[in-house]
Design a protein. Sequence first.
Lengths: 284, 322
Amino acid sequence: MQWRLLDLLTNINSLRTVVIEQIIYETPTVKTFVFKDKISSNARPGQFLMVWIPGIEELPMSVMVCDRKEHAAITIRKLGFGSSALFDKRVGDLIGVRGPYGNQFKIGKDTKKALLIGGGTGLVPLLRLATMLNEAKVDTTIIIGARSKQEVFFEKKAHDLLDKTKHKVIISTEDGSYGIKGNATDAMLFIIKKEKFDIVYTCGPELMMKKVFDIGSANALPIQASLERYMKCGIGICASCCIGDRLVCKDGTVFNEKQLSVMTEFGKIYRDKSGRRFEYRPLI
Amino acid sequence: MNNIEDRINTPNLKKDYRTHSDLLSTKFAGLKLRNPTMLASGFLGISQEIFNRIYGLGAGAIVSKSISIEPIEGYRNPSVISLDKYSYINAVGLANPGSEAFSEEIKHNEYVPLIVSLVGSSHKEFPPMIKKFDDLNISGYEINLSCPHVAKMGMEVGDDPEMVSRIVKTVRVNTRKPVIIKVGIGNANVVNVAQAAKDAGADAITAINTIRAMAIDIETQMPVLSNRIGGLSGKSIRPVAIRCVYEISKKIAIPVIGCGGIFSWEDAVEFMLAGASAVQLGSVIGYAGLTTFSNIVKGIRQYVERKGLKNAMEIIGLAYKY
């Protein structure tokens, strides 16, 4: 059985069945699940796991930060069929993981001041990035976008993860019940008028990221965005996640402003499970 | 990020020396390819931009995902699982955008030798699909008669020589483009199915498709794939595929395209020695990425040079004589 053990420890493609050891309640619809898996614990910011909810579904999910050794975590919002089934899991239940897959956010040598813009569970890879920015002593501002006060999560976590560096956490809510009233991109427009940033990192709904990209381009700001698309394989063979000729799972998930500028489908076209093209309804 | 790929991913590569030379140009079944490598059906095959990219990276031809008359969403995930680094079981369930949307997708195909894979549950479904594609810039059709995990399609058709014959005849009278039939391991003898296809007018055979397979997670004690049963691809099926290519091409005078677990130029050469006129690559992309094409093509060229031959086609079927 030694080869099996070796495979489980070294082959990221192997499906590891893990026990949910801890559940953190973030909001009424968002939970974080902690499990032991050494390979996942080494995930880089921007990488994702394919998470198997046995008998139900398999979903691509960003890897959440976790302070326990050789442990990893995922953060899920109760939304569709698969995510709801995962949301209802309890401590002791089993899930499967494979990966981590994809590339990662990069921190340039000259980066002194970074702006992070996250919407919803898009904050997950940004928090992982925040720990690296903290280590690198990069002055970091993070914008957390949510619909309402009740939907805001990771505010304290963001402060904690950035404890070693000069940082700011800005909250924006669409209904104005907490922080700045408006979208995360409204907060972005507000802050970039006052301060100068070397780079903008973003993850969240694609239309939000498109807006971040548009604002960034207009202000000559370098951007790195972690994209999300429907996926089947996660390893670059099925093309379910393609945007133009790029595969989000393999060429991404992180793309920079140059790559995004030639992606004509970014923020405009998505494909359904069959591969048919559909247009995004624009943000109002 | 894939800088190397980005740098060389330009349409100029159409004339790239590494993937195109007289040494490698291949002609069979009415197809003329710059080299004998093709993208296997089912892999990455839904977007014209991706076809352009893969052709730019060295593939001789591209086979699309199997297209059905209406869109198919496919099975719920997990639909693809990786057994080790070299083999996969998938039950994607023939997910595809349907013939209408796919003909829109490829209508501006400029330079890619594109073979459209078609799948259907009855011979009646093929003429309307061919009508949508026949005037587009495509090189031919591959008829998928061997998908092992969708009821009433693929293998269920491929196991019935009469059905095979009826479908191939129908396709034949509806197009003048090359018609390739993809066969696999089902209940019927693969050689007999190939013979039925040839008798009905097929120009070439692709062998083989994935093989019915399954994986069970021992902790949850559950089958992993949502469809429970899927098709095995990758290195573990290569010897079976070699045997099929050898038997079909030796017994039936019809060009055969080898497919199944090709991970290196050595594997590709082995298939050609067994009688394959060309080879299709698929699972290897999950392991080594899209740069695989140029690496394998380069290896085949060097082998042909080393053996003192003028063209790669000279090695086809050299293993027969022993």
